[in-house]
Design a protein around this ligand. Structure first.
Ligand SMILES: [Zn+2]
Length: 124
């Protein structure tokens, strides 16, 4: 696991970007997260050492392990956003809050929310 939350944000951003295009560049990740390019380079070095990304010629790729991790973070993101919107929170706030909550929520609480959401979806 990554001890700092921003590592998870980076993985999530790379996953989102790589869904729309094949090659993800560090400048795009910087734009997506509102950080500097050197900050991205530094983060990629850390994530690379952990085996989550590989960087070749400024092109960032998720490793298999990195992709699985990013997908679990993104699943939390989507579930929590939907949960908050369901409570009546506006979409922008829900999205921004979900992106913070996703890093700190315990697995127990998250599965409870997920179960609740799945149950609600099944009712419809
Ligand atoms: Zn997020």
């Amino acid at each position: 696991m990554i001890e700092n939350q921003s590592g998870e944000d980076y993985l999530e951003a790379i996953l989102r970007l790589s869904a729309v295009k094949k090659d993800v560049h560090s400048v795009e990740v910087a734009r997506e997260l509102g950080v500097s390019k050197p900050a991205v380079t530094k983060a990629m070095r850390v994530l690379g050492q952990k085996g989550y990304v590989s960087v070749v010629d400024n092109h960032i790729h998720l490793t298999q392990e990195g992709k699985a991790y990013a997908e679990s973070v993104y699943e939390r993101h989507r579930t929590l956003t939907a949960f908050l919107v369901g409570l009546g929170v506006d979409a922008d706030t829900a999205e921004a809050d979900a992106c913070r909550i996703e890093h700190v929520l315990s697995e127990v609480t998250f599965s409870a929310i997920k179960k609740f959401m799945d149950g609600n979806a099944a009712d419809k």
